[in-house]
Design a protein around this ligand. Structure first.
Ligand code: SF4
Length: 171
């Protein structure tokens, strides 16, 4: 297994280890997150260790996380397995955006008529997709949800603050 040195804050406390993951979706909440960073990066880099965030860096490690933020719905068995792996390696898991929270709009095919489903069955077969698209909580335990399409920035910051207080009550 790949490892990566743990980072510490200036006070010697271990930084909060963060992962950001995208599944079946348009990744607009990732764009929102990077926009939020324009104002919060200076503070975040002091307290967060971004161990897995493809939008921010190329060297990504999935070993142990404090918080995993996950956007997108789960459309295939490979995604199901990956989400379970992330769950097993993180203390907190946060569903980001409507696709992760309720499975829509990414899971629109779930709402198709039987005739429409029959028309797209060849694609389901070709890509080995699940019969229905799942929301995150159908697959793993979710600790917090940030709704919106894309995610609501204020709700995201509130969730981040709450989790930081929970994970580092004395900081
Ligand atoms: S919730 Fe909306 S913005 Fe987020 S991934 Fe789904 S479609 Fe895109």
């Amino acid at each position: 297994m790949e490892t990566q040195e743990t980072q510490s804050t200036s006070s010697g406390q271990e930084k909060i280890k963060i992962g950001w993951f995208s599944f079946s979706c348009c990744e607009d909440s990732t764009v929102i997150m990077t926009e939020i960073m324009n104002e919060h990066w200076q503070d975040w880099k002091k307290m967060f260790d971004f161990r897995h965030a493809r939008v921010l860096k190329s060297n990504n490690i999935l070993d142990e996380l404090d918080i995993a933020f996950i956007e997108g719905a789960i459309a295939g068995p490979d995604q199901e397995e990956k989400v379970k792996e992330i769950r097993s390696k993180t203390k907190k898991l946060v569903a980001i955006g409507a696709c992760a929270c309720i499975g829509l709009p990414a899971g629109q095919r779930n709402t198709f008529t039987e005739a429409q489903k029959a028309e797209i069955q060849f694609l389901i077969d070709r890509f080995g997709a699940l019969p229905s698209v799942l929301k995150l909580s159908d697959v793993v335990t979710v600790d917090a949800q940030v709704p919106g399409c894309p995610m609501n920035p204020d709700a995201f910051l509130k969730a981040v603050d709450g989790l930081v207080k929970e994970l580092r009550p004395k900081s």
